[in-house]
Design a protein around this ligand. Structure first.
Ligand SMILES: *[C@@H]1O[C@H](CO)[C@@H](O)[C@H](O)[C@H]1NC(C)=O
Ligand SMILES: *[C@@H]1O[C@H](CO)[C@@H](O)[C@H](O)[C@H]1NC(C)=O
Ligand SMILES: *[C@@H]1O[C@H](CO)[C@@H](O)[C@H](O)[C@H]1NC(C)=O
Ligand SMILES: *[C@@H]1O[C@H](CO)[C@@H](O)[C@H](O)[C@H]1NC(C)=O
Ligand SMILES: *[C@@H]1O[C@H](CO)[C@@H](O)[C@H](O)[C@H]1NC(C)=O
Ligand SMILES: *[C@@H]1O[C@H](CO)[C@@H](O)[C@H](O)[C@H]1NC(C)=O
Ligand SMILES: *[C@@H]1O[C@H](CO)[C@@H](O)[C@H](O)[C@H]1NC(C)=O
Ligand SMILES: *[C@@H]1O[C@H](CO)[C@@H](O)[C@H](O)[C@H]1NC(C)=O
Ligand SMILES: *[C@@H]1O[C@H](CO)[C@@H](O)[C@H](O)[C@H]1NC(C)=O
Ligand SMILES: *[C@@H]1O[C@H](CO)[C@@H](O)[C@H](O)[C@H]1NC(C)=O
Ligand SMILES: *[C@@H]1O[C@H](CO)[C@@H](O)[C@H](O)[C@H]1NC(C)=O
Ligand SMILES: *[C@@H]1O[C@H](CO)[C@@H](O)[C@H](O)[C@H]1NC(C)=O
Length: 377
């Protein structure tokens, strides 16, 4: 290095009365501090110099977390690593600029350039300090809290702390990874379940960057509570299976089936989505989650009796039914997994194969109570 050359220089100086022949080896970093958003790519500008008679053979970039002379190095031109996130974009003249792709949090710290010539080696001082930041989202809601309910409005603002208070970055907003908006603020008004999703922002020019995730999960009480009826071949004296379904967020935690007696009293007959019906009568299902409950939009009416009473139906009636049923049964044999036909079966079958004869779906206006206060993110 130069110390080594100094003797020579002094010699030369004495010989030529000049002290200007020592060209020091040096490395210059144009930036002292570099701030980058996680996921982005960043260039560390750098230039270097050495005596003209030297020829550069190897260039290396190191990080303060490793040994400055012995490495390991992030980049070493003597190694052919093509998959590395670290790329030397300089040359073997005077440009030692360094490119880091997909910045990670642990790329934080000081970097140094080292080069080896045919005559000497030189490592620059630890130079530029890289700072890695996340994009942040701040929420502006009328109601302050981070919870969302239907009808709420929220402004989400993306900030890049590398901008140091100036809004110089251009942002893209994404919902579930799909770009939906460009600009620093995403304004979501009159929130409904269609706004449910994961929101992030990223730098428009650096799509690999991403902010924290804001999850909008609009909760609501049960909706579209309805009942479907599946005719059964007699199972334990039951002839129909009734299934109650409802859309709710969070999902329905409690289904309650009621039978409505002659005095319009409600009797609980089931606490699951499915009940088996063996008696005639009127049935109603109610679905509940923490935000409220909703009754099924229909009351299921089963005509009495469709059980043993059937067997007592006068022969004439049976014959009448049988004639109508035979045609129906033919159509329906496709779904019938049982092969035990016969008059009685066909008659009974008509009751559970053709529920229209026995089931009346009476419309009941949807009643709904909702706890609008507790919906939360
Ligand atoms: C590096 O060397 C060049 C050429 O000798 C010189 O012009 C420059 O001032 C030096 N820089 C530093 C920081 O020493
Ligand atoms: C080159 O890649 C190998 C394996 O991927 C790794 O062990 C080595 O440290 C890398 N060297 C440099 C200089 O990046
Ligand atoms: C060094 O090379 C990079 C990439 O080619 C270029 O962007 C940069 O301007 C160069 N720096 C100098 C000082 O020439
Ligand atoms: C840096 O972090 C990444 C993941 O975030 C990890 O894969 C990698 O091994 C880390 N590198 C070092 C040197 O700790
Ligand atoms: C950005 O968010 C990170 C965590 O996600 C936090 O550590 C940091 O303090 C936040 N910065 C600002 C400026 O809010
Ligand atoms: C959101 O921003 C718009 C336009 O700047 C403003 O009119 C509105 O009041 C803001 N809403 C909230 C909840 O901050
Ligand atoms: C704010 O939220 C609370 C509970 O989440 C609710 O009771 C109140 O009505 C809300 N206020 C406004 C203005 O939306
Ligand atoms: C909010 O959305 C609901 C339906 O989701 C709609 O009925 C209502 O009119 C909307 N309100 C405003 C102010 O846009
Ligand atoms: C949102 O993120 C959460 C947690 O990572 C995940 O469970 C959920 O499926 C995501 N939602 C969507 C709509 O992608
Ligand atoms: C309720 O059903 C109607 C039509 O069947 C549908 O348009 C609507 O999206 C459903 N609502 C919910 C919350 O599933
Ligand atoms: C279901 O809800 C009803 C009324 O809403 C309640 O009486 C009953 O205890 C609940 N059952 C279960 C298992 O949570
Ligand atoms: C469901 O219907 C029953 C009987 O008509 C009624 O007492 C109850 O209040 C209804 N529940 C809801 C949530 O509408």
């Amino acid at each position: 290095m130069c110390v080594k050359h100094r003797n020579l220089t002094w010699t030369l100086a004495l010989l030529f009365l000049s002290g200007a022949l020592c060209i020091k080896m040096n490395v210059t970093y144009q930036l002292g501090h570099i701030c980058a958003v996680k996921g982005s790519s960043v260039v560390i500008p750098c230039s270097y110099d050495y005596p003209k008679e030297h020829k550069v053979e190897e260039v290396l970039w190191g990080h303060e977390k490793y040994h400055i002379y012995d490495g390991p190095f992030l980049f070493d031109s003597a190694m052919k690593n093509t998959t590395s996130r670290f790329q030397f974009i300089g040359d073997k003249e005077h440009n030692c600029s360094f490119l880091i792709h997909q910045i990670e949090n642990n790329d934080t710290g000081k970097y140094a350039f080292r080069f080896i010539t045919d005559k000497d080696k030189f490592t620059g001082k630890y130079g530029p300090t890289l700072k890695v930041v996340d994009l942040n989202i701040s929420l502006a809601k009328l109601n302050g809290s981070r919870s969302f309910k239907e009808g709420d409005s929220v402004n989400m603002t993306c900030t890049n702390s590398c901008d140091g208070g100036h809004r110089s970055s251009i942002f893209t907003w994404l919902k579930n990874g799909e770009p939906i908006h460009e600009g620093p603020v995403l304004y979501v008004s009159n929130i409904s379940s269609t706004n449910t999703g994961n929101y992030t922002c990223s730098l428009k020019t650096q799509r690999a960057t991403t902010s924290e995730v804001i999850n909008i999960d609009v909760e609501y009480g049960p909706r579209n509570t309805s009942v479907s009826i599946i005719p059964l071949k007699e199972v334990d004296g039951s002839y129909f299976k009734c299934i109650c379904t409802s859309n709710a967020n969070p999902p329905v935690e409690n289904y309650t089936w009621f039978k409505i007696d002659e005095n319009d009293h409600l009797i609980v007959v089931g606490n699951q989505s499915v009940i088996s019906v063996s008696d005639g009568g009127q049935y109603l299902c109610s679905a509940t989650n923490k935000h409220g409950s909703q009754n099924s939009t229909v009351i299921v009416k089963f005509k009495e009796p469709f059980n043993r009473g059937l067997l007592l139906i006068p022969t004439v009636a049976v014959l009448l039914i049988v004639t109508t049923v035979i045609a129906i049964t033919r159509e329906q044999q496709v779904d019938s997994h049982h092969d035990d036909g016969g008059v009685i079966y066909s008659t009974v079958c008509s009751y559970y194969k053709k529920p229209k004869l026995n089931v009346y779906l009476g419309l009941l206006s949807t009643q709904r109570t909702e706890d609008i206060n507790q919906q939360r993110l």
